[in-house]
Structures are given as structure tokens and as C-alpha cells.
Ligand binder design. Structure first.
Ligand code: NAD
Length: 452
């Protein structure tokens, strides 16, 4: 159970809403979260754009029984607005489509979605300044739009690398993810699709069917949520945690028909022990989620070696070592299409006072992800990181009340995320549908100001 956000509960009753509105206080709404089998969209979807990509996405939505509009009209409410700008060459070309989207925003439903599809300015070979300016500019506009969203709505982008079409599995998979309740706490972010790799699952309610997934730090918090989501999505699950958390771990995995491995991941042979466990129980290993992590906060001036070293050992060095073992075993117990996800943090992006050790470990995780991704891609695998912002867990419940309340509200959704928000993003990234997304760090932070 996530700790309570009493303020959100207060403003979500009629009297509280009136008080908050009168005083101009933030009014967080209960976010729409994922339920398996949910429709692709909760109401009509407006698709703006005339490119081949726009027609492809509109056609795909129609094929999935979504009520698509290519013109905003005057009255209708939209559950989502897609702006497809993948062929834009010059800044002048995006003015009309973005302003059309803007004019339709007043009619965006509660917890609605804006998705902007453009080219990835960081992956392009095109040196033309106008082209780079256009696509970087679109990203800037999208971030600002996300800050203007109301009533739990979000705005995100999908950035396609050169040569990747809007019809690729991961581009459409990203549209599905961003439309769904899985992305409830993702806003102002960009899903970068780097290749045409990816396979559409036979059953969208169980995209991980047939896979064996390992989650470290699974006894509680975000890890317990991740293992839950992976199991619900069809995977057989292995939970790992330190022996001291053995009872809690057993309680989590027993509910999911999974197996537990009591293991300190800093052990030199941790990777090998995981492979052996999976070989003996399941004969395979397809997905690894490096979730276990610790904080030992102190200003650097007061930092002792034990605090620094333990954080680096658990959060970063252990993952580097385990990944070496997993990569070396590919084709045996470990699948050639191994998918790894890891937990970064917005502290690793922006830094955070008192967390130089933690920020080093989490920024390091992002570097590791970038460098490991191509190694895995050579056999069809992938690795991505998720950077959570303020998530309601036992860890954040211990933050002093004033600091906690500030951290909770300083984002575009005016509330903390839930462990399941992180879990749903990870479940998407480790699915075969997301294979074209590789080496990325995706933030699940409600567009927190920290790390902006
Ligand atoms: P948590 O402390 O509630 O859970 C972490 C789990 O990891 C625990 O069960 C712990 O026993 C286990 N663990 C710790 N050291 C281990 C080791 N050496 N070997 C095996 N297991 C070990 O933490 P959480 O809040 O659920 O965070 C999970 C991950 O998300 C961490 O990597 C954390 O840095 C990251 N994160 C959390 C937040 C947040 O707001 N809670 C924000 C950003 C990032």
C-alpha cells in the first residue's frame, strides 16, 4: 500500500475542491491508471498532420476501433490529441498543427493525452540547421504544453530516429503506452524509437507470456510493484532480495506463483547465482530488472567511505558485474533477446543536495544503460532505464513533512507517483514491442521541476 496523500484526498471532495480553488492551491486529480484489456482510447481521438506517418497512425487507431477525427470540429471532446510532425523540415511548418492542437486543448477530457510525434534531433544524420532546429523546437514546445495540461492530462513526445517509420512496432507500441493508463505519471517526456526492431504481442493483455523475469529488491516498494506487473503481463517471476527480507520476499512471490532467491546482489557471483536459479527452475532467463537500491545521504563534506562505497556497490557496481555474466551467457540460459531495465532517478539527472553518492550511482546507471544497449542489440536484446521522481513509498514517507509536501507538488501533475507507475513503464520497456527503444532513460516523474 502506498502511503496516503491526505491533501489529494481533501481536494478531491467537493468542499476541499472549493477551498483549493478559492485559495488558488494545487488541485491534483486522481489519475487514470491501467487495467488489462482496457480500450486503446477512452473516447474520440484527434489526429493532426498530413504526413504518411499521420495517415499510418490514424489508420492503425481506426483498425483498433478508435473513433478518429482528422479535423477538430467545434464541439466534440477528445480523449487524446496526436500531432504528427515527422516530416517537418522548417519551423514555419509546425505553427499551424501545434496551434490547432492548442485550440482543441480546452476540449481534452480529464486524464486525456497529447502525443507529439517528431524526429529525434539527437539521432539524425541530417546536418541541415533548419531541420535540427525544427525537431528540437518541437520537443521544447511539447515540454511547455505538458506544463499547461490540466485535470490529470499529460503531453509527451515520440521521437523517431532517421529511417524509422511511424508504422514500426515500437513507434505504435509507444503510442499504445502513452495513450494507456500505464503512462499515468509520465508527462513532458520523450520516448525515442531508434530502430524498426520489435514485435507486436499476440495478446495485449499478456505481452510477457512465456518469458522468465527476474526483479531485484522485490520484497517491498517499487520492486514488489514491478514483479506484480510483470506477472500480470504473463511472465513467470523470480524475486530477489537480501536474506533479512526473506519473509517479505516469500510473501510477495508466493502470491504470484513465482520463486524467491535470497541473495545480496553485491556478491561477486550474484549474476551466476541468478543464472543457475533460472536454469534449474525454468531453463531460461529473458528479462532482468535491476531495482534494488539504497540511499545513504550526507553532504559530501561529511561523507564517510562506508556511505559512499555501499551506495556505489549496491546501486551500480553490482549491476555492471551481473550484466557481464548475463551477456556472456546469452544463447545458453539467458535469452539472446535479453531485456534489461534498471532504476535511475531524477537525482541522477539534476543532482540533489546530500546525495552526491546516490546521484553518482544513478547517473552511472544511465551511462551503463547507454553503453550496454548496443551490446545487447547485437543479438536482438535491449536495455533501458527508468528515472522515477517523487514516488509514494516507505522511503519517501520518512522525508520530513514540509520537504515531502514540496517534493510531492513540484511537478505538473501536483502529486507524487505510485510504485505501479514505475512498474507499468518498466513492463512496457521490457516487452518485445519496445525492442526498438534502446539505451534510453525514461522519466516517471509527473514532469518534476527537479531535473528539468
Ligand atoms: P525500498 O528501500 O523500499 O526497496 C529496495 C529493496 O531493495 C528492499 O527490499 C531492499 O531489501 C532491497 N535491497 C537493498 N540492497 C540490496 C542488496 N544488496 N541485495 C538485494 N536486495 C537489496 O526502495 P524503493 O523506494 O522501492 O526504490 C526502488 C528503486 O527505485 C531503488 O533503486 C531506488 O533508488 C529507486 N528510486 C526510488 C524513488 C522513490 O521515490 N521511492 C525515486 C527514484 C528512484
Amino acid at each position: 500500500m502506498s502511503p496516503k496523500d491526505s491533501y489529494s484526498q481533501f481536494v478531491n471532495n467537493p468542499l476541499g475542491a472549493k477551498v483549493a480553488s478559492t485559495l488558488g492551491l494545487p488541485q491534483p486529480v486522481a489519475l487514470r491508471r491501467y487495467t488489462p484489456g482496457e480500450a486503446l482510447a477512452t473516447g474520440p481521438v484527434l489526429v493532426i498532420g498530413e504526413s504518411e506517418g499521420a495517415h499510418t497512425i490514424a489508420g492503425w487507431l481506426v483498425d483498433h476501433r478508435v473513433d478518429v477525427r482528422r479535423d477538430p470540429g467545434l464541439k466534440e471532446k477528445f480523449s487524446a490529441i496526436l500531432v504528427v510532425l515527422d516530416e517537418a523540415q522548417r519551423p514555419e511548418e509546425v505553427s499551424a498543427p501545434l496551434r490547432t492542437a492548442g485550440a482543441a486543448l480546452r476540449r481534452l477530457a480529464s486524464c486525456g493525452r497529447v502525443i507529439v510525434v517528431a524526429r529525434d534531433p539527437e539521432s539524425t544524420d541530417t546536418a541541415a540547421p533548419a531541420y535540427r532546429a525544427t525537431h528540437r523546437g518541437i520537443a521544447g514546445a511539447t515540454r511547455s504544453m505538458a506544463q499547461e495540461m490540466r485535470r490529470g492530462a499529460t503531453a509527451n513526445g515520440i521521437l523517431l530516429a532517421d529511417g524509422v517509420s511511424a508504422s514500426s512496432a515500437s513507434a505504435l507500441g509507444a503510442v499504445r503506452f502513452l495513450l494507456s493508463g500505464r503512462s499515468a505519471y509520465v508527462s513532458g517526456q520523450f520516448v525515442r524509437v531508434g530502430s524498426d526492431a520489435g514485435a507486436v504481442p499476440a495478446d495485449h493483455a499478456r505481452p510477457l507470456a512465456g518469458k522468465v523475469a527476474v526483479v531485484t529488491g522485490a520484497a517491498r516498494g517499487i520492486g514488489a510493484s514491478i514483479i506484480n506487473s510483470l506477472h500480470r503481463d504473463g511472465a513467470q517471476v523470480v524475486g530477489i532480495d537480501v536474506p533479512a527480507a526473506g519473509d517479505q520476499l516469500a510473501a510477495v512471490v508466493n502470491r504470484l506463483n513465482g520463486t524467491a532467491l535470497q541473495l545480496d546482489i553485491t556478491a561477486d557471483d550474484a549474476g551466476q547465482r541468478i543464472i543457475e536459479h533460472c536454469r534449474d527452475r525454468y531453463g531460461r532467463l529473458d528479462i532482468v530488472v535491476h531495482n534494488a537500491g539504497i540511499t545513504r545521504d550526507k553532504l559530501l563534506a561529511n561523507m564517510d567511505a562506508a556511505r559512499w562505497d555501499s551506495v556505489i556497490a549496491v546501486n551500480l557496481a553490482s549491476q555492471l558485474r551481473m550484466n557481464e555474466a548475463f551477456l556472456a551467457d546469452r544463447g545458453a540460459t539467458v535469452s539472446e533477446q535479453l531485456r534489461i531495465a534498471t532504476l535511475a532517478s531524477t537525482s541522477g539527472i539534476a543532482g540533489n543536495r546530500g546525495q552526491s553518492n546516490y546521484a553518482m550511482s544513478k547517473a552511472g546507471v544511465m551511462g551503463m544503460t547507454e553503453a550496454t544497449a548496443p551490446l545487447l542489440a547485437s543479438t536482438g536484446g535491449s536495455m533501458n532505464a527508468v528515472a522515477p521522481g517523487f514516488i509514494e513509498t516507505e522511503m519517501t514517507a520518512k522525508i520530513p513533512v514540509a520537504t515531502r509536501e514540496v517534493a510531492r507538488r513540484l511537478n505538473s501533475l501536483r502529486q507524487g507517483g505510485k510504485p505501479e507507475d514505475v512498474a507499468e513503464t518498466i513492463a512496457f520497456l521490457v516487452s518485445d514491442e519496445a525492442a526498438g527503444i534502446n539505451g534510453q532513460t525514461l522519466r516517471v516523474c509527473g514532469q518534476a521541476i527537479m531535473g528539468a
